[in-house]
Design a protein around this ligand. Sequence first.
Ligand code: ADP
Ligand code: ZN
Ligand code: ZN
Length: 803
Amino acid sequence: MTEKIAKVVVDVPASNINRFFDYLIPDKLLGAIEIGMRVIVPFGNRTIMGYVLETVNETTFDETKLKQIKTTLDVQPVLTKELIDLGQWLAESTLSYFISSFQAMLPQALKASYDKSLHRLHPPINQRLADLFDGRDYIGFDELNDDFPLRIVNDEIGKGNVEWDYHVSTNESFKYVTMVEVIGTEAKFDLYLADLTKQSKKQFELVQYFLDDHATRPLKKVLKDNKTTRNTLNKLIDQQLIRLVKQQVNRDPYQGETEKTTPLTLAPQQQKALDAIVRKMNQHEAKTFLLHGVTGSGKTEVYLQAIDLAIRQDKEAIVLVPEISLTPMMVERFKRRFGDAVAVLHSALSKGERFDEWRKIQKKQVSVAVGARSAIFAPFENLGMIIIDEEHESTYKQEDHPRYHVRDVAKHRADYHKCPVVLGTATPTLETYARAKKGVYQLIEMPERINQSLMPKVTIQDMREELHQGNRTMFSRQLKEAIERRLEKREQVVLFLNRRGYSTFVMCRDCGHTVECPSCDISLTYHQRDHRLKCHYCNYSEPMPNVCPNCQSESIRFFGTGTEKVEEALNETFPEARIIRMDVDTTRKKGAHERLLKQFGNKQADILLGTQMIAKGLDFPDVTLVGVLAADGLLNLPDFRAAEKTFQLLTQVSGRAGRHELTGEVIVQTYTPEHYSVLFAKDYDYHGFFKQEMALRKAYQYPPYYFLTLITVTHENRLKAEEVTRVIQKLLVKHLTKEAVILGPTPSPIERIKGRYRFQCMVKYKDEPDLMSVLRKILQHYEAESRKEQLMIHIDLNPQQLM
Ligand code: ADP
Ligand code: ZN
Ligand code: ZN
């Protein structure tokens, strides 16, 4: 236990530093340093934060030359042994740095921040610098303005007059409340009372109050109960009858009394699902399940009861939901079933709130963590169950270092804890369903809605036809009539529009034709720079047509309408309707999302208009009509998953209608009513869609038949970005097998972001044992240049976003 050397990963994300460094544990810290703690160590001429990953007694370096750990930031490790191993695996499998992986696993508040200041040892010779110090011993780095020559500073450092000082601090902050504690004996209180004059009525009251039960209460409450101010307590404090103490408390973002729910009697399909999952939990088997259940089939109730059983065995559970702030209703269901046993982790919480929720897990105060993606790293030590709800959601892939998919991390943790993983969804990704069909995952189907309520009837509106009939508005006549009927009957409407303003694809409004790449089966993207349409996978390009290649119409143009425009149109068409608009603009403020949904739930509005964020998890009894304004927006993203995403979205959205007694109706407007993803979604035919989409994936060599790796190179200079991408492409051709398909270099669909040009190269492959080592070499090769030349190379294995 008292090893004297610590192996530390330091807070410097760079490949030559991406390893363990040995540090001596000084005598004063012997026995106090445990693995998984954060420490402060000297590094080069700096002082930085690091994680202790191992403690040993031997070093392969010259022990006398080892530097010493300065201090520790923790009394209790922040990383468990399991998470330390997980972090290393994560870094290796995503081509990230160890440090980035560990930081991704911990709440933001635990990240170190660095302050740099200049320390005066002797009076500087340089007058300018001396003036700046103005008699002080330290000046902050930010006090050296941009135009202050650093050469002067370096000069003085050389002369030994000044030195840089580094301070490491972290942001974790505890919240305290002031409590009033009663410390005087009754006899002492009596003495005090005897001395009081008749005028001190308040004091008499206060003494009565404290003697009543001697309870320790928050100061705020004491003052409120007695309708008094802090000053009136001073005498009692002076006499040592009471005292004020600070008590650490948790911030609880989910306060508020809610009634507890009790488990429902399960329907047969739910019982079967629960039994299968629980059996594996009891057998300590790391089995992954695909719970494929239509919307409203009662998946959530299955999760709740499975977790309940885990808790009864003193085990813990992680529940992942797609960016939880988007589904407050979901969180509430868990809170109401398990009460204080739940910690909620998501990005809408403040840093401090998130830290407190995380601490509840660390301190074993809770047994369930509900959260978005990063909750998969909840530091539980006895996991009994991992649930990933809506497993098809693309937010389960982290788009920044480390670029992990939550499914893979879940699998890894489940193997360690020997517990089941449940992937629940109405629309599994093709990858997942293919694995379930092969028996890699155990498939559980729940094809029926609870109470046998029917899925709402879906009708498709051909917007080309509307145009030909002279209707140039955003609403088909059928949708307009359907909305009017709901307004009359005081039922509610949900209108769905695709993500705002994505308009780089081109479509003919007369015939619905979009221009596709002849060899990639994806829409071509309009590039304004040279007024051409391009395929961003293979770099095929053609001029932007003036007339539709299919029907010669001149109505070929960009596509895309914003929610604001729709809201205007709604106001014009239905002046009496009360409308709530939900998009990134109206939900930016904390809590706005919940507030808007609550308003809609309280029937303070007739129409809820929104983007993706309203597609999920909403459950309002009076919604009987769901309208999809333009199904084409997603369909034509330059992404081979466009059809899959469209199918998923239409199915999700349809699930929002008629979930209760009232029957629902769904109207989908589109310019391409014949598209198979629209047709299969209309019939709720997942299996039909799966079959057809799999055939296409096979033909065009996409997942799940092939793996993908996307390499994106960005630079301020367009030529440079393209050239580096070409070199990488050639290297890959040289080092990978003949079977690998290597596409590029091609401009990314969003060709320039923040002044940086973006080029990409895509690898499609089945089995490339050398791929990782080649990619690693490429990264290392460009590392120096990256730093100097501002070149950036992103490698995304199994990318979800191809932008
Ligand atoms: P899903 O998660 O599959 O969309 P939910 O779990 O939200 O389905 O269930 C849909 C509705 O049915 C919810 O209102 C839920 O409370 C209700 N429900 C679920 N299971 C049962 C049950 N066994 N008995 C009665 N109602 C149920
Ligand atoms: Zn046309
Ligand atoms: Zn192409």
